[in-house]
Design a protein around this ligand. Structure first.
Ligand code: GRF
Length: 224
């Protein structure tokens, strides 16, 4: 088997809990031929998640955490299901459960998440409200490697947008979402083409450590 990330098309396992707009952005980019990857499985903690309907039934896996003895047991079942599709990369795209250390260890170095804030600001939930409460002039989204500490892994790339005086958490979220989609597609593109790695809790691009996150420009390209 080729080392992960160097196949012609990278195998992506995507974790999602809800509507799956970020998953759809990946699928659309793949269909358009601009992302050399294949979504080989969509995995959810919500059997009714709309994200699951975006791929054929054979590529869906879902389970209810409450049907398992504890968090570790659910995470182990999820990890087994993800491992079974031999992913090159595991992408959390609107996945709303905290992943346990066992799961993270199993996919370390190839586990990505998109988070709707300019990390390290506003880790956790309700990031748009937090940015407004803090009076931030800018807000945005980050794609980062997943580590056991919540939203604390090495940040690979970010997209930024100005906060408007009349913004509410909803209007901010709405304006940010299209940027998230372009950011995730661009960042996963670096992973899919074998340019991205995680070493020593840092992000590396083309064999060089990333000392600051890449920035998404208005054309959807990532630059230093
Ligand atoms: C997005 O804002 C994403 O950043 C966050 O979950 C939200 C919903 O994602 N993690 P999606 O529309 O289900 O992809």
């Amino acid at each position: 088997m080729a080392p992960h990330g160097t196949r012609a098309t990278a195998r992506l396992a995507v974790l999602a809990s809800g509507r799956g707009s970020n998953l759809k952005a990946l699928l659309d980019a793949i269909a358009a031929g601009s992302l050399p990857a294949e979504v080989v499985g969509v995995f959810s903690d919500k059997p009714a998640a709309a994200a699951l309907t975006m791929v054929p039934e054979a590529r869906r896996w879902s389970a209810r955490p409450r049907d398992y003895a504890d968090r570790e047991a659910f995470d182990a079942a999820l990890a087994d299901a993800v491992a079974a599709v031999s992913p090159d990369w595991v992408v959390c795209a609107g996945y709303m459960r905290i992943l346990g250390t066992g799961f993270i260890a199993r996919f370390a170095g190839r586990l990505l998440n998109i988070h709707p804030s300019l990390l390290p600001r506003h880790r956790g939930l309700h990031t748009h409200a937090s940015a407004l409460d803090a009076g931030d002039a800018e807000h945005g989204a980050s794609v980062h490697f997943v580590t056991p500490e919540l939203d604390a892994g090495a940040v690979i790339a970010q997209a930024r947008l100005p906060v408007r005086a009349d913004d509410t958490p909803d209007t901010l979220a709405e304006r940010l979402l299209p940027l998230e989609h372009r950011l995730l597609v661009a960042a996963v593109g670096l992973a899919a083409t074998g340019r991205l790695a995680e070493r020593g809790d840092k992000a590396w691009l083309d064999g060089q450590e990333l000392f600051s996150p890449l920035c998404l420009d208005c054309s959807g390209k990532l630059g230093a």
